[in-house]
Ligand binder design. Structure first.
Ligand code: SF4
Ligand code: SF4
Length: 448
């Protein structure tokens, strides 16, 4: 099995400064469990989980403390053993408010009894494998948070022939997925084969950008002896190479239609971290209670890739990285392109916290938005073939019908248009706002 260059290249995209050197070569470090963990019930796309415990209860690691509340939802598990100190509501890193469960660890870190893996997963029933993934509460760890068991259950009229394992990690600064591939390639490859079996996918592409040669080499070694339908696709380093639709095109040449999903073209895309969690759930029977987060940025004393329990306060994560050595102008949960600015360090980690980024004053700029000069750069940068300049003007004028006709809902909020715009137009903000208005209008129309 040889790694080969991806056959196709999506249109648009940008080349921001990547700054991955800050944490790329830092081996994953396990963080001690902090004094308090605050576990959100809303760590996934869909309905928040329903708390199953109350103040004063004791829990074990891996115990389900929040049950999935519907088809698109995910269970939440205690990240360690301890006592429930509070069940309440608090702001999240996403800027919303959600129920949380605070756990005071007892220091034992004892797993709940009865967790069992499926050693012979190769011959296991597909439904049993999906049930394991659902019971483990796995949701897309690349950032989207879509419940993985749902992704593994496409409708019968949407057969999947291609599984793409997303190891692109195209967001600047972030290196968690890179380290996972370097350090856990074999487990990721096993998780990938489990997902492939569940989906019945003939082809597998492991998609990695060409700025991660170590990760490519590690995956190549792990996949030694793999069949001819499994390959590594080396992608050109370009943002947003990790976006689902762009990655499907780059690896297969298939275009997901406007308003469509990867399964419409026979594909499923899974993040490498998610696949590692699938391996742990199926082979070891362990629910998702921890993840790797890149804590990085020029002002951070020791940028690191931190393996930490879910529910760690951001302030504790920063302390584990030696605190700050310089002034900070901006804190971002996630990467600089698609992450969310934070007002402080009160939020806690979730299943989707890929990074915690600190930017120095010299790395941030405040712009005054100017009128559009019709230069067309945003159109050239948009990987979704949209016309951001025109959409932005329609959305400013609150003409949501026209924006819907121009496919505003296809916007993946990648930020390429705003990055390219010399007039510093708030294009992504307009798109986000426009999408939510159009969705609201659709929901209201459905209720009538
Ligand atoms: S944010 Fe939306 S409109 Fe802008 S480049 Fe990305 S997909 Fe296109
Ligand atoms: S890049 Fe900015 S200035 Fe140029 S056309 Fe797009 S919105 Fe207008």
């Amino acid at each position: 099995m040889k790694a080969t260059k991806a056959k196709f290249k999506f249109d648009g995209g940008i080349h921001p400064a990547y700054h991955k050197e800050l944490a790329r070569d830092r081996a994953i470090e396990t963080m001690p469990i902090p004094a308090l963990l605050r576990v959100s019930m809303s760590q996934h796309l869909g309905a928040p989980a329903k708390p199953l415990v109350k103040k004063g209860d004791t829990v074990k690691r891996g115990q389900c403390i929040g049950e999935a509340a519907g088809f698109i939802s995910a269970a939440v598990h205690a990240p360690t053993s301890g006592t429930i100190k509070e069940v309440g509501t608090a702001p999240t890193a996403m800027g919303t408010s959600a129920a949380f469960i605070a756990i005071e660890p007892d220091g034992e870190d004892a797993w709940i009894e009865g967790l069992e893996g499926i050693a012979d997963w190769q011959n296991a029933d597909t439904k049993a494998l999906i049930a394991k993934v659902a019971a483990a509460g796995i949701a897309g760890m690349g950032g989207a948070g879509f419940p993985t068991n749902v992704k593994l259950s496409p409708p019968p009229d949407k057969p999947i022939d291609t599984l793409i394992l997303n190891g692109a990690e195209c967001e600047p600064y972030l290196t968690a997925d890179h380290r996972l591939m370097v350090e856990h390639a074999e487990q990721i490859w096993t998780g990938c084969q489990i997902v492939r079996k569940v989906l019945g996918a003939k082809h597998v592409h492991i998609a990695i950008e060409d700025n991660k040669p170590e990760a490519i080499a590690a995956m190549e070694q792990a996949m030694e002896g793999a069949d001819d339908d499994a390959s590594i696709s080396i992608l050109k380093t370009e943002y947003p190479q990790g976006a689902e639709k762009q990655q499907i095109y780059a690896t297969t040449g298939r275009e997901v239609p406007s308003g469509g999903l990867p399964m419409d073209v026979g594909c499923v895309v899974e993040n490498v971290g998610t696949t590692l969690a699938v391996w742990d759930a199926v082979v070891n029977g362990k629910p998702l209670t921890e993840r790797v987060t890149t804590v990085t940025g020029m002002p951070v004393s020791e940028p690191k890739n931190v393996l930490g329990r879910i529910g760690i306060p951001y302030s504790d994560l920063l302390d584990f990285c030696g605190g700050l050595k310089a002034d900070v102008a901006k804190i971002i949960s996630g990467g600089p392109m698609m992450g969310l600015a934070q007002p402080g360090l009160d939020a806690t980690t979730t299943k989707t916290t890929s990074g915690l980024l600190f930017l120095a004053p010299q790395e941030t700029q405040t712009f005054r938005s100017m009128p559009c000069i019709a230069c067309g750069r945003c159109v050239g940068a948009c990987p979704m073939y949209l016309v951001p300049a025109e959409l932005s003007q329609m959305l400013e004028a609150e003409d949501y019908e026209a924006a819907e006709e121009l496919n505003v809902l296809d916007c993946i909020e990648c930020g390429c248009c705003a990055f390219a715009c010399p007039a510093h137009r708030p294009l992504v903000q307009h798109m986000k706002q426009g999408k939510s208005k159009v969705m609201l209008k659709r929901r209201q129309a459905q209720k009538k």
